[in-house]
Design a protein around this ligand. Structure first.
Ligand SMILES: *Cc1c(COP(=O)(O)O)cnc(C)c1O
Length: 386
C-alpha cells in the first residue's frame, strides 16, 4: 500500500498521522481480515474509533489474526459483547474530577487529561468513555482552571500529563501546558504518559526533546505490551528521550492471548532495560466496556510476578497493580513471601521457595544494654546490644 512512499515521508510523523488506516476498505488492502475482525470494524457505533499508523501496521503479521500487535489495534466483534461486569468509568475517575480534565485521587499528585486523541487506539483502552470520542484537547480556559486548582492545593507536587496521548499534540501546545504547570511553585515533578515510542516513534524529534528538557525534572511513562514493539525506531526514540535526561518508565497491561505469560513479559521487561526504560507498572486489565475478552484472572499476574522476582534483575521487576473499580486507586498485588511470625521470628520464603527466619528485635523493654567499650571500633557508638 505504501510502496511509493519516500523515506522522508515515512519518517515524518505528520505524514504517518495523515496516512493512518481508519477504515475497513483501507485495512483489508493490507491485512487478510477474519470475519470477527470485519464484524468488529463494521459496527462503528458506540465503539472506540479504529486508527493505526502505517508504521505500526508494518509491524503486524498480515497472515496471523493472533499476532499480538494486531490484536491490540484491530477491533473484533467481541468488543461489542457487553458483560455485566463492564464499567463505563472503570476506575471511578469521574468521582475524583473537581475541574474538567483533572483527576485528583491521591494526596500529592494529579492526573491531567491533556487530550482525548491518540495516534492509534488500543482496543482495551481504559479511558474509552472519553478517548477518541470527539478528539479534543485541553483549551486555554480549561488549562487555566486546571492550573488554578493546582495552585490552590499546595500539597500537589506531582502532575501526570496523560490523555489520550499528550505527545499527539504539536510541540507548541505541549509547551504551553508544560510552561503553565512549571510556573506553579509547588509543582516539583511533571510526568508524561505516552505510547508514542511504540505507535509513532518518528514523533520523538530532536526539536521535541529540546523543548521537553526545558521543563525538568520531567519523567515519562511509556505504554508497552509486547517485546515485538521494541524495534530500531522505538529504540532510537527512547534513547533520544533518555539522552534528554528524561527518566523513562514502562506501563504494561496484561492482555489475554497477547502477553499473559511469564516468558513474554520477562523478555519485554529485560529488553526495556536495554533501551533504558525502567519497568514501572504491570496492570490488571481494567473493566472498560467491551474488554472482557482481554482480561486475565488476577492469579495470572501474581504467577507472572512469582517468575520475575529473584529470577531477573530487581530493576526489571515492575509492580503488579489493580486499579480498583470504584476509585480506590492502584492496589499492589504480589506473591506472598511472608509466611508467619512465630516467637519473635518472621518466617519467610525466598524466590526458590526455601524457608528462612528473620529474628525481629526483642521487645525494647527487655533489651539489655551493656557497655562494651573494648569491642567498639574507633569512633563507633559505645553502646552495643547483647
Ligand atoms: C496512576 C495514577 C496516578 C499516579 O500514580 P503513581 O502510583 O504515583 O504512579 C495519579 N493519579 C491517578 C488518577 C492515577 O490513576
Amino acid at each position: 500500500m505504501w510502496k511509493d512512499v519516500t523515506e522522508t515521508d515515512w519518517n515524518n510523523w505528520k505524514w504517518q498521522v495523515k496516512n493512518r488506516v481508519c477504515s475497513l476498505a483501507e485495512l483489508s488492502r493490507v491485512l487478510k481480515l477474519t470475519p470477527e475482525e470485519e464484524g468488529g470494524i463494521r459496527r462503528e457505533e458506540d465503539r472506540l474509533p479504529m486508527a493505526v499508523t502505517p508504521y505500526f501496521l508494518s509491524l503486524i503479521d498480515p497472515e496471523n489474526p493472533e499476532c499480538p500487535l494486531r490484536r491490540q489495534v484491530i477491533p473484533r466483534i467481541e468488543e461489542h459483547f457487553l458483560c455485566s461486569r463492564d464499567l463505563e468509568d472503570p476506575c471511578g475517575e469521574e468521582g475524583d474530577t473537581p475541574v474538567p480534565r483533572l483527576v485528583h485521587r491521591y494526596p500529592d499528585r494529579v492526573l491531567v487529561i491533556a487530550t482525548d486523541a491518540c495516534v492509534s487506539y488500543c482496543r482495551y483502552c481504559t479511558r474509552k468513555r472519553i478517548v477518541g470520542k470527539r478528539p479534543q484537547s485541553i483549551d486555554r480556559e480549561q488549562l487555566e482552571k486546571v492550573c488554578d486548582y493546582i495552585s490552590g492545593n499546595k500539597r500537589i507536587r506531582d502532575v501526570l500529563v496523560s490523555g489520550g496521548d499528550p505527545l499527539s499534540l504539536c510541540d507548541e501546545k505541549i509547551e504551553t501546558i508544560l510552561k503553565a504547570l512549571r510556573s506553579i511553585r509547588h509543582v516539583e515533578i511533571i510526568r508524561i504518559g505516552t505510547r508514542m515510542p511504540v505507535f509513532l516513534p518518528q514523533r520523538i524529534t530532536p526539536a521535541l526533546v529540546e523543548m521537553l528538557r526545558k521543563y525538568h525534572p520531567l519523567y515519562a511513562s511509556i505504554h508497552f505490551s509486547h517485546p515485538r514493539e521494541i524495534t530500531p525506531e522505538t529504540t532510537r526514540a527512547c534513547e533520544m528521550l533518555a539522552d534528554g535526561g528524561i527518566p523513562l518508565g514502562s506501563q504494561t497491561v496484561l492482555l489475554r492471548g497477547i502477553n499473559d505469560n511469564a516468558s513474554t513479559i520477562k523478555k519485554l521487561l529485560q529488553e526495556l532495560m536495554m533501551i533504558r526504560v525502567r519497568p514501572y507498572y504491570l496492570y490488571q486489565c481494567d473493566l472498560a466496556v467491551g474488554t472482557e475478552h482481554f482480561r486475565t484472572p488476577i492469579s495470572t499476574g501474581i504467577n507472572i510476578m512469582e517468575k520475575l522476582r529473584g529470577h531477573t534483575s530487581g530493576y526489571a521487576v515492575p509492580t503488579f497493580v489493580v486499579d480498583s473499580p470504584g476509585g480506590g486507586g492502584k492496589i499492589p498485588l504480589s506473591p506472598s513471601y511472608f509466611i508467619a511470625l512465630i516467637e519473635g521470628k518472621a518466617v519467610l520464603r525466598n524466590y526458590e521457595g526455601k524457608i528462612f527466619e528473620y529474628p525481629e528485635p526483642v521487645d525494647s523493654k527487655k533489651i539489655r544494654v551493656k557497655l562494651r567499650r573494648e569491642e567498639a571500633p574507633e569512633g563507633a557508638p559505645s553502646l552495643l546490644v547483647t
